[in-house]
Design a protein around this ligand. Structure first.
Ligand code: PLP
Length: 405
């Protein structure tokens, strides 16, 4: 079903503002998405009418906040196809979710063990594993990426060995837009008894996510990349795994009985949620995901695919443009370089024309270097972007290139 983009745009007040005297063309959705009014209203309503701490109050407001917080957890579990709400742990976002697992996994990693990641990981799904390996004297192995920006699956098969203790892979690359074959990856890893963590930061707002079908052991994402607020996200973990893991942080809420000599811990998921959670963030994330559900993730995907295809075709008509990332399966992200022009200069000039794109290594420095580059220009699409905006973007790039050359 075709989305009514004009109607959708009315839900995002920021889209009607001007930047540098020009109507804003926001193409930095991979960094963060804009927020619909419903999400902002949810935040206001929570703090105007419902604010209270959860799980420990006998009074009415606390009970309402607790019920809504747990309802948000149930909804989010359903949204990603998790079996149980207990498998949803609220975190600050993708980065904290990965750090959480890379920290508590230490108990299973010894000298000589291996962690397998890919060459297209965001620093958030690279550095925590690298540091874990350093602490434990383990080795981090890296699955290479081909020229089109696809994972080399033959290497992947060869790199999983009896020493591998974890596979960590992005669902979608934030630089290349590549959609990785996560179902196939979990199948291959599980054949060798290896768990898989999927970094879903760039997938959650663009593709249907079904953790049970994918059969991944862990799935991480941030609300702010899916029309929700900053500072909250999710770590999904299979119940069997979460039960095996030690707590990540200690404090209130995550305990059962506390004494000066001994402490016992709470049940899932509270064992992993030390301290006061971001209750309002969870409610606003639920509202954001409902916004996606209302519009239909398949409709969103189709719209973004059409924008991506159109923008790619038009961009290639400009002289000296090289697209970085031309995987057969890709979504919503368009990275490119223009011969002889520094990405930063290009990004700065198009910003003068109201077009927000991102330049640099996009927190994936080893990947960008793999392509012999220090940075790219990246346009990334969301539900509210239009073909007219793509035209403005292409015109801005053309003008900027004319000026810079
Ligand atoms: N992983 C990927 C693929 C990303 O694109 C990002 C953010 O750009 C992250 C992880 C980190 O997300 P956050 O900063 O919300 O924790």
């Amino acid at each position: 079903m075709a989305l009514n983009i004009e109607q959708i745009r009315k839900d995002f007040p920021i889209l009607s503002r001007k930047v540098n005297g020009k109507p804003l063309v926001y193409l930095d959705n991979a960094a963060t998405t804009q927020k619909p009014v419903g999400v902002m209203e949810r935040i206001t309503r929570y703090y105007s009418e419902e604010n209270s701490n959860v799980h420990r109050g006998v009074h009415r407001l606390s009970q309402v906040a607790t019920e809504e917080f747990e309802e948000a957890r149930r909804y989010i579990a359903g949204f990603i196809g998790a079996g149980k709400p207990e498998e949803i742990v609220f975190t600050r976002g993708t980065t904290e979710s990965v750090n959480f697992i890379a920290t508590v996994f230490q108990q299973f990693i010894g000298a000589g063990d291996e962690i397998l990641i890919t060459a297209m990981e965001h620093h958030s799904n690279l550095v925590p594993w690298q540091q874990l390996c350093r602490r434990q004297n383990a080795a981090m192995k890296v699955v290479p990426v081909n020229e089109r920006g696809e994972l080399d699956m033959e290497s992947f098969k060869n790199l999983i060995t009896s020493k591998t203790k974890m596979v960590a892979v992005a669902h979608v690359s934030n630089v290349l837009g590549t959609i990785n074959p996560v179902e196939k990856i979990t199948g291959l890893a599980h054949d060798k008894g290896v768990p898989v963590l999927v970094d879903g930061a760039q997938a959650i707002a663009h593709l249907p996510v079904d953790v049970r079908r994918t059969d991944c052991d862990f799935y991480a994402f941030s609300a702010h990349k899916a029309y929700g607020p900053m500072g909250i996200g999710v770590l999904y973990g299979k119940e069997e795994w979460l039960n095996k893991l030690s707590p990540y942080q200690f404090g209130g809420e995550m305990v059962d009985q506390v004494g000066f000599k001994e402490t016992t811990f709470n049940v899932l998921p509270f064992k992993f949620e030390a301290g006061t959670p971001d209750v309002c963030g969870a409610l606003a994330m639920e509202t954001a995901l409902k916004y996606i559900e209302k519009n239909g993730i398949e409709n969103i995907r189709q719209h973004e695919d059409e924008l991506l295809e159109y923008a790619t075709r038009e961009l290639k008509k400009l002289r000296g443009i090289k697209i970085i990332g031309e995987a057969a399966e890709k979504t919503a992200v368009l990275s490119f370089v223009a011969g002889g022009v520094h990405p930063y200069d290009l990004g700065t000039l198009v910003d003068q024309m109201g077009v927000a794109v991102r330049t640099g290594h996009h927190c994936a420095q080893p990947l960008v270097e793999r392509f012999g580059l220090s940075g790219t220009v990246r346009a990334s699409f969301g539900i509210y972007n239009t073909f007219e905006e793509v035209d403005i973007f292409i015109r801005a790039v053309r003008q900027a290139l004319d000026m810079l050359r």
